[in-house]
Write a protein that binds this ligand. Structure first.
Ligand code: ADP
Ligand code: MG
Length: 263
């Protein structure tokens, strides 16, 4: 069985991409799935948030993209949480320029991941907040895209840029890619705007919108400074429990035959 490769993408920063990657990884690991995070953001937040010191890395995803190291050589276990990480740091910022004259530069990650495909059930790719060559590598490697978003006024406008990019990627380089789901993050159920944007989302994207909603929860924001997923830092917090519910919803969607029956 090949790994399901999911790019977590939104060209907007601060919408919960990294928080989703780290906590979904921990949630899937808790459900017994083998998970690899690929940190494609030079900020290295998913790396740090998994308890891996980004400054101390000898090799990172940068070396994998340039063909100087394999995934197996570079990956590390998260400090806690039960998943692996292909870590990143500022080096990655130079990759775009250095890859300009390379062949198949947008398929670098895909090719590297194909060698470990049978070692994982899920690969979660944390994309940077732009539609650059790094994000393109994520979208070419992925089977599907998970889009975290905050239900605010301009949210839908930002989504249409991403949907346009996905359409181009589908035509040009990766015909199999599809939107797996839209995830409402930092949700405030009492806000009228959240409710309105939610309704618009449902009318545009229907069942692509995850039923699980991630509430705004300070414990999720505190966890990265301890190098831990929220699910490890305070598993009873509402935010952590929401991510566990997301892991369950996602496995039920993607593994219909083997989904755990609800009791
Ligand atoms: P992105 O990767 O899209 O830039 P992050 O996951 O880094 O977004 O989230 C941006 C900021 O919001 C971080 O400081 C993070 O800790 C915080 N955050 C993310 N999700 C939540 C949430 N559900 N509740 C509270 N804070 C959150
Ligand atoms: Mg991020």
């Amino acid at each position: 069985m090949n790994a399901r490769v999911i790019a977590v993408a939104n060209q907007k920063g601060g919408v919960g991409k990294t928080t989703t990657v780290v906590n979904l990884a921990a949630g899937l690991a808790e459900l017994g799935r083998r998970v690899l995070i690929v940190d494609l953001d030079p900020q290295g937040n998913a790396t740090m948030g998994s308890g891996i010191a980004k400054q101390a890395l000898e090799q990172s995803v940068y070396h994998v993209l340039l063909g100087d190291a394999s995934v197996e050589e570079v990956r590390q276990p998260a400090k806690q949480g039960g998943y692996h990480v292909l870590p990143a740091n500022r080096d990655l910022g130079g990759a775009e320029l250095e890859l300009v004259n390379e062949l198949a530069r947008e398929a670098r990650l895909k090719n590297a991941l194909s060698l470990v495909d049978d070692q994982y059930d899920y690969v979660l790719i944390d994309c940077p907040p732009s539609l650059n060559l790094l994000t393109l590598n994520g979208l070419v490697a992925a089977n599907s895209v998970l889009i975290p978003m905050v239900c605010e006024y301009y949210a839908l406008e930002g989504l249409s840029d991403l949907v346009t990019t996905l359409r181009k990627v589908r035509t040009a380089v990766n015909p199999r890619i599809e939107i797996m789901g839209l995830l409402r993050t930092m949700f405030d159920a009492r806000s009228n705007l959240s409710q309105q944007v939610s309704e618009q989302l449902a009318s545009h994207f229907g069942s692509k919108v995850f039923e699980t909603v991630i509430p705004r929860n300070v414990r999720l924001a505190e966890a990265p400074s301890h190098g831990l997923p929220g699910l490890v830092y305070d598993r009873n917090a509402r935010g952590a429990q929401a991510y566990l519910a997301l892991a369950q919803e996602l496995t039920a969607r993607l593994e219909p035959a083997t989904a755990t029956p609800s009791v």
